[in-house]
Structures are given as structure tokens and as C-alpha cells.
Design a protein around this ligand. Sequence first.
Ligand code: NAD
Ligand code: ZN
Length: 254
Amino acid sequence: MPDVLPHHEFAREIADWLRSALRAVVFTGAGISTESGIPDFRSPQGIWATTRPVYFQEYLASASAREESWRQKVLVFNEFGRASPNAGHLILAAWEHSGRIARVVTQNIDGLHTAAGSRAPIEVHGTAKSVKCLDCQARFPVEPQVEEFRSTGRVPACPQCGGLLKWATISFGEPLDPRVWDEALEVAREADVFLAIGSSLVVEPAASLPRVAQEHGARLAIINREATPLDSRADVVYRASISEALEAIDACLL
Ligand code: NAD
Ligand code: ZN
């Protein structure tokens, strides 16, 4: 069983890991953004508590499903638009700039790691900040497309080829982008420290990244308010608010 350490011991332990790490990798989930006001997946206020998601196959097959998907995404867009990075995102960005961690990999689509200053976070579930053309693969900023949808009520076409435009998030039933996923796997394999933060780690492939890192020699710490199925394999587990946990580690690094 892993050590479930008290606050100060945990913070000291992880600070020691980060000091000696050559390639520390942080993997985040929706939990890191709840303190920015974005509900996580399981929360009763979350959009999926009240809305049925549109599956990728439905999006391809049906114009009304595409309209429903855009209607939902505009709600998400409004929610994300008001959010700004919290202490957790900012500390991770600062660690990256000072060389304490090598890379952030995230399941989140809210763009808050980028807004906090993280360099090229690997977004395995895509991003709500862009739209992508399913025909020519071009990408565009989301704002003008949202404006068009709001004013016409119709799903916009690709400005480049007239093809099918979809939000650059991975829909239910849509395969991950293989290049992005391969990069996430490579980063996990090369990690010597792997911190999984704010994820329930119940959905594949999210749960496989910490396992891959461990199988390739990384030490694994899990920071999450609730228990996760990988707790028993982790070297250290910490159940706390993410911003408090990261602030405590950061204080030990000074
Ligand atoms: P999840 O909702 O399954 O798990 C989040 C975990 O974080 C929970 O176990 C919860 O207890 C914990 N948590 C929440 N706030 C916390 C806090 N302040 N301190 C400590 N722990 C906290 O999230 P997941 O594992 O990322 O899976 C959800 C899926 O939904 C992902 O695929 C993600 O793409 C998507 N999603 C993204 C966002 C976003 O971009 N912000 C929001 C909701 C859902
Ligand atoms: Zn196109």
C-alpha cells in the first residue's frame, strides 16, 4: 500500500523528488480547474449532469446532432470564458519555467495551463479554444465561429474548404489524435517522476499514463481529493485541495 502522508511530510517528500528529478511530468484532470470555477466531470453542476453528449458518429451523420453539439459547446464556451488560471495552474507553469518539471500533460480542454504560461501542454482530449475541419484538418480560433453560430443559428462551415467544422475537443466515441497520444506516451515513458493531479483516473486512456510511467521506472504520486483506482499502486497518495497541496510543495522548494 502507498503512504498516505500528512500535509507537511507529503510536501517535503514531493519537493525532494522534484529537486532530484531529471524529467518530472505532471498529468492533470478536471480537478485542477474546479478552483477556477469550472465544474469537474462528476459534479452535479457539471454540464453533463443535465445534457446528453453528442457522440462523434451522430455528429458526422446528422445535421440536428451537429446543431445540438454547437448549442452545448457554446454553453461550455461561456463557462470557460469567465475562468482564469488558479494558484495550481500558475505553480505548475512556474515549475516548468524553472526546470522543476519537464512537461504538463492534461485531460482538460479549458486552455488554463496555456493561459497560466505552461509551454505546449499536451492536451490529450483536445481544446475548446479551437475548432477543426474534419475534411481538410485546418484549425481556427473558436471565437469567430461561435459568433457566426450565435448570429445565424447554423453550424459554420470550414472557412478554408467549406468542410465539416467541429470543436477541437475529442467527442465521445471519437478516437484520440494519434500524434498527440503518442507524444503523451513518450513523455510518460521518459518520466522519472510522475504526478497525477485532480483526476479520478477511472477512464482510459487517462489511467494508463501513470501506469506506463511507473512501468518505465517513474515514481508515482497522486494528488486528489477522492480515492482513485490507482492509489494502491502509487508511491505516495495525497488527498487534499490541489492548490493547497501545490502551494505546500512550492514552499518546500524555495
Ligand atoms: P473527473 O471529474 O473524473 O475527476 C476529477 C477529480 O478531481 C475528482 O476525483 C475530484 O474529487 C477531484 N477534485 C476536484 N476538485 C478538486 C480540488 N480542488 N482539489 C483536489 N481534488 C479535486 O475528471 P477527469 O479525471 O479529468 O475526467 C473528466 C473528463 O472530462 C476528462 O476527460 C476531461 O477532458 C473532461 N472535463 C474537462 C474539464 C476541463 O477542461 N476543466 C472539466 C470537466 C470535464
Ligand atoms: Zn476544411
